[in-house]
Write a protein that binds this ligand. Structure first.
Ligand SMILES: [Zn+2]
Length: 240
């Protein structure tokens, strides 16, 4: 099936009330970007095997998400599954990711969000298991993530409760830790959500190392506040 046919079939799903969004750019370009980012996040070591998932908004009320249990380097745009915001499959031959509900919770709660990545990075997951937030110890964390990365309440993978838990932590952040599980990041496009994931993982490694050396310090509160304001302004004005 071509991506154009995917696009046609996407219109057959039952409609739901769409959030207030501008039209997403070219659908085929977004599908290609989801595939490219999926391969990159595997190559960067953010997941092992077929774990994790990537999605992007391809139209108002349409999300393309990676299928479950498929190796990322075998995945092509036609393997992505298009769902509406209620999780009903609009097009695609495969089963959507088991974490689709968590992705959709982000799109439904935040109209400006256009891409979601869930991964299991090593150092960030250490903080998730320790149930400790990753502090905003590097300025770029606040610029790109909005501040420290907090830990969601534990909820089992694939449940609606997990979606509610991450939404509670993503109000003014691009990233949240899933207790005993991993990381979720949102962004204005897949590349942006991947960048956020890499910033979080890099910071987790730096903080972990700094604590081994003796101590870690957060960026001064005023600096964090000021950069946090910039993050919130950019998210509000430039994501949608
Ligand atoms: Zn996971």
């Amino acid at each position: 099936m071509t991506t154009a046919e995917l696009s046609d079939q996407a219109d057959h799903a039952s409609p739901t009330e769409p959030p207030n969004r501008n039209d997403a750019p070219n659908r085929e370009a977004i599908l290609a970007e989801v595939i490219q980012v999926s391969r990159l996040f595997y190559d960067k070591g953010l997941v092992e095997g077929t774990a994790g998932n990537v999605s992007a908004l391809v139209a108002n009320n349409r999300v393309a998400i990676t299928p479950s249990s498929m190796p990322y380097h075998e995945m092509e745009p036609q393997d992505l599954v298009c769902v509406n915001l209620e999780g009903e499959v609009a097009s695609g031959e495969r089963n959507p990711s088991a974490e689709t509900a968590m992705h959709l919770a982000c799109y439904k709660s935040f109209p400006e969000v256009r891409a979601v990545i869930h991964s299991h990075p090593l150092y960030a997951s250490m903080f998730a298991v320790a149930r400790q937030p990753i502090p905003a110890a590097i300025e770029e964390v606040t610029i790109y993530i909005g501040g420290n990365i907090e830990v969601c309440d534990y909820a089992m993978t694939g449940t609606p409760e997990l979606g509610q838990a991450v939404v509670a932590k993503l109000q003014d952040r691009s990233a949240a830790l899933l207790a005993n599980h991993g990381l979720i990041c949102v962004g204005k496009n897949p590349q942006d959500a991947l960048h956020a994931s890499l910033v979080v993982e890099r910071t987790a490694q730096i903080v972990w190392g700094a604590r081994v050396l003796g101590n870690s310090y957060s960026v001064p509160e005023k600096v964090n506040h000021d950069f946090g304001e910039i993050y919130r302004l950019i998210r509000k004005e430039m994501w949608n």
